[in-house]
Design a protein around this ligand. Structure first.
Ligand SMILES: [Mg+2]
Length: 306
């Protein structure tokens, strides 16, 4: 059930709105604008119904504040105005409210406007999600990765915790495609993504398709030694899928993994560490593939083999 926040100082008015909408929506009522702002900032609402005339902070001021916050700036706001006040409606729409409803409320009109804006919001969210997802594998795409890595890098600096940047690459993938064809190759990419993502389920983990047969994983808060163990499990799980490869190169489909764990400080460059992860991957390939090499916090490589 989608969540709607009603911010209105009048108990009578907010109760009316609530009773009109509560069959279809999960309604929260804030009678004080400050509460409204705080709850809205906690996230999760798909629509805000906002009274214009309130003591302390009026609806316009609150609307401005909602638009300044990342969490709330895309949540549609419908203003509640009185029938006689056209100037308020105009001002509200100029400030970015998506619509307005007038008192006294007509239940059918309230429902229709609310439904419309909830549906538009859902559609927009879906479209946004799709534009961030890799079609073949269902994991995040490169674009989402670019955003996410930036956010997590800052977070790791602020919290002073380790961030691991790890590259996965399917071994001898060109040979696989040449032997079994591209549709089979696509299936392998999807299977590898699924297995890796099933091992990267914590909300501090992230996996994206970096391109072709290459994936990038980010993990926040885990020291190198633990991350290394975790990566080996993923590598083993992928080998354990027992997808037959061309026997001239390998019995099963496998991956090589290269990464780095860093506790970043202000002024350091993410790109520098990404290059190290890439160098570790290159090393893993050169060293015979199907293995993990992770540079630890002191840039000392932890190696699975020799
Ligand atoms: Mg009022």
């Amino acid at each position: 059930m989608e969540k709607i926040l009603i911010v209105d100082d009048s108990l009578v008015q907010s109760s009316q709105l609530k009773s009109i909408l509560e069959d279809e929506y999960d309604i929260t009522v804030a009678q004080r604008p400050e509460d409204g702002l705080r709850w809205a900032s906690e996230g999760g609402f798909s629509l805000i119904l906002l009274d214009v005339v309130m003591p302390g902070m009026d609806g316009f001021t609150l609307l401005k504040k909602l638009q300044e916050e990342i969490i709330t700036q895309n949540v549609p706001v419908i203003l509640i105005t009185s029938l006689s006040n056209v100037a308020n409606e105009q001002r509200g729409l100029i400030l970015g409210a998506v619509d307005y409803i007038t008192k006294p409320f007509k239940p059918l009109i309230v429902k229709a406007r609310v439904n419309t804006h909830i549906r538009l919001y859902q559609y927009r969210k879906l479209a946004e999600q799709q534009s961030m997802t890799d079609q073949l594998t269902g994991v995040a795409n490169r674009r989402r990765y670019e955003q996410y890595s930036e956010t997590k890098w800052s977070e790791a600096i602020r919290l002073h915790v380790p961030l691991s940047i790890c590259m996965f690459d399917i071994d001898h993938f060109k040979m696989y495609n040449d032997t079994f064809g591209h549709p089979a190759g696509d299936k392998v990419i999807a299977a590898v993504a699924q297995t890796a993502s099933s091992h990267l389920k914590r909300n501090t983990d992230f996996l994206a398709r970096y391109g072709g047969e290459e994936f990038v994983a980010l993990s926040l808060g885990e020291p190198a030694e633990q991350m290394f163990q975790h990566l080996m499990k993923i590598r083993q799980a992928i080998e354990g899928l027992h997808i037959p490869h061309n026997p001239s190169v390998s019995e099963w489909v496998t991956v090589s993994v290269g990464g780095v764990t860093v506790i970043p400080e202000k002024g350091q460059d993410y790109g520098f560490y990404l290059k190290i992860a890439d160098a570790m991957l290159y090393d893993a390939k050169k060293n015979g593939r199907n293995q993990v090499i992770l540079a630890d916090e002191k840039l000392k490589p932890l190696r699975e083999r020799g």
